[in-house]
Design a protein around this ligand. Sequence first.
Ligand SMILES: [Zn+2]
Length: 250
Amino acid sequence: MKSVLVVGAHPDDETMLTGGILALLSSHGVGVHILCATRGEGGEMGDPPVCERSELGAVREQELYCAAEQLGATSVYILDYVDPLVGPGEELYPFEADFDTLVGEIRRVIHQVEAEVVLAHGTDGEYGHPAHQLVHEAAKAAVEQEGGEVLFYSFAAKVPGIDDHIWNDSNPAHLAVDIGPWLDAKAEAARCHVSQHGLFKRHHPGETFHQLVRGTEAVHRHIPPVEAGSPRDAFSDLLLAAGAWIPEFL
Ligand SMILES: [Zn+2]
């Protein structure tokens, strides 16, 4: 296993949804490449604000580079889609994209980094975020078009027995990881996303960065589909060797 491409909609998704697994992979010598569709320019600006609205994209781009370094990532790719403003009442919107163009851009990065695995948002966009759902669909289509050479996994898969609003109910976890050994890296990556600290603290319990990042992460394999039991491939073998466990659904 040499190369994994993680595809997210906004800076911070890589950290908050799968940062422990990314740190695990990089600590095992796997090239971790981060592709982010937007600069998160429609998101929160911090409490108190860290910049003007017009500067937020540039600020969050730097926050993403900071987090990528903490997670041991090899490269970061940012597409030029524009994240729309969050609506009044916290309504969330997708970014505007021509779907086939977006799929083509993801495929170009798959080729560039020679990705063996694409790891992206889940079917439900975690908590129903339409931009996350759009990225899921585009990443899945990109892997389908690769025609069998690349595995497609999603993060934030549902782990039985742990209540969390970010789990994708449609994606039962095939593998779960207690990320204790990589929690320091994940907490430091969360610390990089300064503009989002107010949001993190509202949505996650805990005072310290170690408390507010999740200690359990999980993945679901979409391509090829898992017929029964757990997936067996180079990615799942690596996670299992690093202490991953197979959740039991009753
Ligand atoms: Zn996001």
